[in-house]
Design a protein around this ligand. Structure first.
Ligand code: AMP
Length: 173
């Protein structure tokens, strides 16, 4: 399965100069979607993972089948203001401006090993924010999984210690 052929590339979205790698073309292709989930199972088969933290919104779609297969909890990291009850919050820097993600505190049990899942790693800021929330709650990051990596944006500077794994990497133009 050549995922590169399946991933839709949209130039100049959401603004000029950005190549947008659209993984929704994997979700509409059951063979490709199955391939990604099979890969995740294979990569982490020997790892102790107690739960998944997936990131809104495309991360949810990858975290769900994997968590069910492994029969482990699936926790959602959501954009500010979406989750009820007590949450842990983390601000992070986007290309322009700031954003905040939140996780429900009661979901992150201390001293567990969490795999963080998103669709794409660009600067790594989003994943680093989620890793920080997990650590703030006294728990551990077992790894980071993403379909796509953009290593030219130097995400390793931020998240190397969390062992990020990607299936397809793209270089800048
Ligand atoms: P970052 O925090 O810089 O690693 O950005 C990662 C988040 O932004 C992920 O949730 C991606 O879905 C989204 N993202 C950033 N750049 C792109 C891109 N070129 N194509 C598709 N999604 C992107």
């Amino acid at each position: 399965m050549d995922l590169d052929k399946v991933i839709r590339k949209v130039p100049d979205f959401p603004k000029p100069g950005i190549m947008f790698y659209d993984v929704t073309s994997i979700f509409t292709n059951p063979r490709a979607f199955q391939h990604v989930v099979d890969k995740m199972e294979e990569i982490y088969k020997d790892d102790q993972i107690d739960g998944i933290v997936s990131i809104e919104s495309r991360g949810f779609l990858l975290g769900a089948p994997f968590a069910l297969k492994r029969a482990i909890p699936l926790v959602l990291a959501r954009k500010k203001g979406k989750l009820p009850g007590k949450t842990v919050k983390q601000n992070y820097t986007l290309e322009y401006g700031e954003a905040t993600l939140e996780i429900q505190i009661s979901d992150i049990t201390p001293n567990k090993n969490w795999l963080i899942i998103d669709d794409l790693i660009a600067t790594g800021g989003t994943l680093e924010a989620v890793a920080r929330m997990i650590e703030k709650q006294g728990s551990k990051v077992a790894g980071i999984f993403s379909i796509i990596g953009l290593p030219f944006l130097n995400y390793m500077d931020k998240i190397a210690r969390f062992n990020p794994v990607t299936l397809v990497d793209y270089q800048g133009e």
